[in-house]
Write a protein that binds this ligand. Structure first.
Ligand SMILES: *Cc1c(COP(=O)(O)O)cnc(C)c1O
Length: 452
């Protein structure tokens, strides 16, 4: 216990993914409220939420229908355990998730973050092979993509590949096999775009064949690798991976934590290539951006490998205290209703077009190497020099400076290194998305000293 006289410390909070020394000098706004697609600080200043509160907000803030659903649930119960008890709203939401995801997915296992939803799929896949073969088969590795991001727990860092985030923890991790694709601005030596694409398809095939006997699963972010810097896969790649993994008996885990709930233009990215994964991981947008809830969906075939008499030990021994939290499920149900009532997916189509049009002034910008976009997911990669696509020195923190310049103009964005990321809520009106893009262009011009 601290003494009663010690004053309260305003700096008690340690922020995630944040260099705290620099942060303490930056005068970041203190968010005290929200309304629609704006965040409001403690002095009443408004900011457009250009990254949907880190990729999870869907219909805006303080949405009456979701607020009411959460309040209504509060009047019944905020939380009870799913360990040994059922819960009406958790069952109802699970049934809805099964209804809207690919038809082979029939079982929902809840957890509370994107990382845990992937961790659950990794452990289920591992245990599935042992149990379906009565212990004969022990698969001990996973196939994954280069620069993948699946979360920050030790298991999900093991199947991730972003050095900036994961470099420190190498000694803690288990081994994986990675398909060394996709690439951003810099293709491996000796490749042009076409030859590189063919090579990626061939490498995926070669690695699946080489490792299929020991791979518990293949884990992939379908269509777009978000945290890698909005890297968009070649059309057909996901389908190719599904065909290979089916042919060689490897369960496929589609991590839809970032791309799910409309961001690529369809409710789930896997739909666009008619892929039916064995596991689908959902989080971020699942509650409309209200509460920490996640889900791992699995097939009957996976589920059945966990049946048996209790003493046989086939149970999936995993679960979190707040698994299937009732408030989160109530928010999730309300969010799904709004998706349908307001035809949010049609809005994504409009926003996607509005973004490409409003960012057109950056196309020949001397310090923009590439603009990558799929649906509303947008990455603008800054370079020191377009000839040779030379990157800026990391210590210049160019991406970060652009976000500070945008903040001065009342817009919140957040970069991944020198990739400026725009991730508006999928239900944001086009006019606000237009403003988001305009301010981003101005901020990039200011920081790169491009005369306008
Ligand atoms: C954000 C993200 C995660 C991790 O989700 P958290 O809720 O932050 O744990 C996992 N996978 C992908 C693809 C993500 O973008």
């Amino acid at each position: 216990m601290k003494s009663a006289e010690s004053p309260p410390r305003p700096d008690a909070l340690w922020h995630p993914f944040t260099p705290m020394q620099a942060f303490s000098t930056e005068d970041a706004p203190i968010i005290a409220a929200g309304e629609g697609f704006d965040l409001i600080d403690d002095a009443g200043r408004r900011y457009l939420d250009g990254i949907s509160s880190l990729w999870c907000n869907v219909h805006g803030h303080r949405v009456p229908q979701i607020d009411d659903a959460v309040r209504g649930q509060l009047d019944r119960i905020a939380h009870s355990t799913l360990l040994g008890l059922r819960c009406d709203v958790a069952e109802e939401f699970a049934a809805e998730l099964v209804r809207i995801t690919p038809p082979n997915l029939t079982r929902v296992f809840y957890s509370d973050s994107g990382a845990t939803s992937v961790e659950v799929a990794l452990k289920m896949a591992f245990q599935y092979h042992r149990q379906k073969s009565s212990g004969a088969e022990r698969r001990t590795t996973y196939l994954r993509m280069g620069d993948a991001y699946h979360g920050d727990t030790v298991g999900t860092v093991s199947v991730g590949g972003i050095d900036l985030f994961h470099g420190v923890y190498g000694d803690l991790l288990f081994d994986t096999v990675h398909v060394p694709c996709p690439a951003g601005l810099h293709l491996p030596e000796g490749h042009d775009r076409d030859s590189y694409t063919r090579w990626c398809f061939d490498e995926a095939r070669r690695l699946v064949i080489e490792h299929h006997k020991n791979a518990a699963a293949f884990v992939i972010e379908p269509l777009v690798q978000g945290a890698a810097g909005i890297l968009v896969h070649t059309p057909g790649f996901l389908k190719h991976v599904r065909q290979l993994t089916s042919e060689y008996g490897i369960p496929l885990i589609c991590d839809e934590v970032a791309v799910g709930f409309g961001k690529t233009g369809t409710m789930f990215a896997s739909e666009q290539e008619e892929v039916r994964p064995d596991f689908m991981c959902l989080a971020k947008g699942i509650t409309g951006g209200y509460l920490p809830l996640a889900a791992t969906l699995a097939t009957d075939e996976i589920f059945e490998a966990f049946l048996g008499e209790p003493h046989e030990g086939q149970t999936f021994y995993h679960g979190h205290t707040y698994t299937g939290n009732a408030l989160g499920c109530a928010a999730g149900l309300a969010s799904l209703r709004l998706f349908e009532e307001r035809d949010v997916l049609a809005n994504v189509g409009e926003l996607s077009q509005a973004i490409s049009e409003s960012l057109a002034p950056l196309e020949d910008h001397p310090h923009v190497g590439e603009i990558r976009q799929k649906g509303i997911m947008t990455g603008i990669e800054l370079v020191a020099d377009r000839d040779g696509m030379k990157p800026y020195d990391a210590e210049l923190r160019m991406g970060h400076r652009v976000t500070l310049a945008a903040r001065k103009r009342g817009v919140i964005i957040r970069p991944l290194g020198d990739v400026i990321v725009l991730m508006p809520a999928v239900a944001m009106p086009p006019a606000q998305v237009h403003r988001l893009c305009e301010v981003t262009v101005e901020a990039i011009n200011e920081v790169t000293h491009r005369p306008v």
